[in-house]
Design a protein around this ligand. Structure first.
Ligand code: AKB
Length: 321
């Protein structure tokens, strides 16, 4: 059967690049982008777009039945830092939208679902280095609690109702095309914007906060690879650990200094430091490697180059490195 895809939360950091990639694979008119508003002009103009509030079951169902959608990528979510400030809204969005989509799959309106989880499912009692797929999980953030709960529901809907739901525990995702919003790993994007515009950056995490990170192209590849994998090879229906590289703000700043020597960083940790402290330093993703041959491509130096070149070309028409 040919793919007819709905992306919910398509204007977000991952959603926007996922939309572009899926359209290049399946055809523009087979991929409907949706978001809660039409503020992202380039997304709205780039192909079929519909305003959908992910918390509204009827809006989701009408779009799915109206366009004969068979696959949904549910990318709408409130991230870690924002969720700490708005716990109930985060819970309603992160859980409500997932239940709607899982129920639409259970009731036969769609065949396949992608739902992103996060390294936020882990907590301070989790082993920090090379965090295994199955381990102690006691998240201390609202976002992490919603993602771990969501993972359990995904597995439940697969076991009880045969819902073909697939998920990845994304690390921090680095990209230059669309800004992220409300995450703890967002410093690793903001630092590039400030390095180019002001040659200095005040970091809300301390120098030693090592976190798992990944370039956007790798994250998109992993997502599509998992969704294209034969159903029988998907051995995990909660969510797969997914890894590329790990670095801390000081290592990132040193990588940037190779290309912008005058760049300076200062550290002023805020409430997001506690969130970062509760997350792993590095992730063991051997299930993803074994089940569907996952392999990342971008290291710290290639990410730095891509980010600086991408931002210079986008915002300033400057000479690439
Ligand atoms: C966040 O920082 O909240 C996200 C995540 C790691 O899921 N980028």
């Amino acid at each position: 059967m040919s793919e007819k895809i709905l992306i919910v939360g398509a204007a977000g950091q991952i959603g926007s690049e996922l939309t572009e990639k899926l359209r290049s694979i399946y055809g523009t008119y087979n991929v409907i982008a949706s978001d809660i508003n039409s503020n992202n002009e380039s997304l709205v103009k780039s192909g079929p777009f519909q305003i959908i509030d992910a918390k509204n079951y009827d809006e989701l169902k009408n779009c799915i039945t109206g366009h004969n959608i068979n696959t949904v990528y549910l990318m709408a979510a409130m991230l870690s830092a924002s969720a700490e400030k708005n716990p109930m809204s985060a819970w309603e969005l992160n859980m409500g939208s997932l239940f709607h989509v899982l129920n639409l799959a259970k009731d036969g309106f769609i065949n396949k679902v992608f739902w992103p989880s996060s390294i936020a499912v882990f907590g301070p009692s989790t082993p920090k280095v090379n965090t295994p797929q199955q381990t102690i999980m006691e998240p201390t953030t609202v976002y992490g609690i919603s993602k771990l709960t969501g993972e359990r529901w995904c597995e439940y809907y697969y076991q009880k109702f045969g819902v073909d739901v697939r998920s990845l525990r994304y690390p921090g995702i680095i990209s230059y095309k669309t800004l992220p919003g409300g995450g703890t790993t967002d410093y690793a994007i903001d630092i590039f914007h400030k390095a180019i515009s002001e040659q200095k950056f005040e970091c809300f995490l301390n120098a030693e906060s090592t976190l798992p990170m990944m370039y956007m192209d790798d994250a998109i590849d992993a997502t599509i690879k998992l969704m294209q994998t034969n159903k029988d090879a998907v051995s995990l229906r909660s969510s797969y650990n997914l890894a590329a590289i790990s670095f801390n703000p000081e290592e990132l700043a040193n990588s940037i200094k190779k290309y912008i020597p005058e760049f300076e960083i200062q550290y002023k940790p805020d409430f997001r430091q506690d969130i970062a402290n509760s997350w792993p330093n590095s992730i063991d993703d051997s299930f993803a490697r074994n089940d569907w041959n996952w392999q990342y491509r971008y290291n710290l130096d290639s990410i730095t180059k891509e980010m600086i070149n991408g931002l210079k070309a986008t915002f300033q028409n400057q000479q690439p490195l």
